[in-house]
Design a protein around this ligand. Structure first.
Ligand code: COA
Length: 219
């Protein structure tokens, strides 16, 4: 029943269009993956897992259908005001009973540091708390990812804990050997052959959202 409700509500998101100050959040389209593949690559190896491999037509279809029709994920596109695709934002582990979900976001490399991430999160948060009537938006972020953390703090998120997760195997880095990583080594640990990365859990609650809303003139 819970799943049927979610599917029903998800269908209603098929024509979603949320306008922010700098971005528009909209439902996913088939050609979004083609546009994503044309983005510049992240030059920093720490973020290389955001660089997708080249995908054939069939894999592009799969990419689209998996995200568009998975009833456990709400996967949305972020356009800038010139209708250029700049990123994706998603909700997952959606729990309608607890009224909570986890949020994930990434932008194309050339679109970072322009305020798009902050505006996209604030725009989705308004819909999440006010229209979807949810109470808690969670996220986790690698502790070394200071740009993302700064963005989340600007949006009003607060830290609620830390944990270790397997370092993304797509990011093949010699964290403990390569001196370029000496400043962020403290955020990693070794367990046997495995490298684990420290992550921060953060939350934005409806209460925090409403308090923030009352002392900013945004939204
Ligand atoms: C994380 C991400 C979504 C943020 O979106 P964004 O549009 O780049 O962020 P914004 O421009 O809104 O805000 C970034 C802030 O971080 C600051 N910043 C940038 N690099 C930084 C660094 N190395 N250390 C600290 N702060 C940094 C910026 O100056 C800005 O703060 P300011 O407005 O006070 O000047 C985007 O950068 C991204 O997609 N990064 C790669 C993928 C990723 O990390 N996803 C998140 C995984 S949890």
């Amino acid at each position: 029943m819970k799943n049927r409700k979610l599917i029903f509500r998800k269908n209603r998101l098929d024509h979603l269009l949320l306008k922010g100050n700098k971005v528009i959040i909209r439902s996913l389209r088939r050609d979004d993956i083609d546009k994503r593949l044309a983005w510049q690559k992240y030059p920093d190896p720490l973020y290389s897992h955001y660089n997708p491999p080249n995908l054939g037509q069939r894999e592009r279809e799969e990419w689209y259908f998996k995200r568009k029709y998975d009833s456990n994920i709400i996967y949305l596109a972020i356009d800038n005001r010139h209708h250029r695709l700049v990123g994706f934002i998603s909700l997952y582990e959606i729990d309608r009973v607890a009224k909570s979900a986890w949020m994930g976001i990434f932008l194309g490399y050339e679109f970072t540091d322009r305020g798009y991430g902050t505006d996209a999160i604030l725009t989705l948060a308004k819909y999440f708390f006010e229209k979807m009537k949810f109470e808690n938006m969670f996220l986790d972020v690698a502790s070394h990812n200071k740009r993302a953390i700064r963005c989340y703090l600007k949006c009003g998120f607060k830290y609620v804990g830390t944990k270790y997760k397997k370092h993304d195997p797509r990011t093949k880095l010699d964290i403990f050997g390569d001196d370029r990583y000496k400043n962020i080594r403290k955020y990693f640990k070794k367990e046997g052959d495995e490298v684990l990365a420290q992550f921060d859990d953060m939350v934005l609650t409806k209460k925090m959202w409403l308090a923030q809303k009352s002392h900013t003139n945004r939204l």
